[in-house]
Ligand binder design. Structure first.
Ligand SMILES: [Zn+2]
Length: 135
């Protein structure tokens, strides 16, 4: 089975441990890789009123805040052995900063690739920045 870069796995494991999920106990981390190869990690953050921030959104915010706008890949690590796919909102967020072929790679805590798809596969016929050109 294919495995991801050990440094990305370490960032995923470290950040997942920091996830704030006292209500669900469902800790998730994400690492996004910008087009120039920099990586940014994020974790899910829950609140008592149940409007949580997803790990993917958190990692994307770190990338955007550092001045990067183009996404090469997204890695997601959830709890347990099952793949943790991005929610619909996060697919839209990922699409916003994707280029053709941006990959979304779901892994387990051993770094094994459980699922590796393009954002186009995860969000076909997406509404995005180009859609607004129709105005
Ligand atoms: Zn999400």
């Amino acid at each position: 089975m294919k495995r991801i870069d050990p440094e990305i796995l370490q960032a995923l494991l470290r950040t997942r441990k920091a996830a704030y999920a006292p209500y669900s106990g469902f800790q998730v981390s994400a690492v996004v890789e910008s087009a120039d190869g920099r990586t940014f990690a994020g974790c899910n953050v829950e609140t008592a009123h149940f409007k949580s921030v997803c790990a993917e959104a958190s990692a994307l915010s770190a990338m955007i805040g550092a001045g990067h706008r183009e996404l090469a890949a997204v890695y997601v690590l959830g709890p347990g052995d099952k793949a943790c796919p991005p929610c619909g909102d996060c697919r839209q967020r990922i699409h916003e900063f994707s280029r053709v072929g941006t990959r979304v790679i779901l892994v387990d805590e051993h770094g094994r690739v459980l699922n590796d798809r393009t954002i186009e596969e995860l969000l076909p016929d997406a509404f995005g920045p180009d859609s607004l050109d129709a105005r």
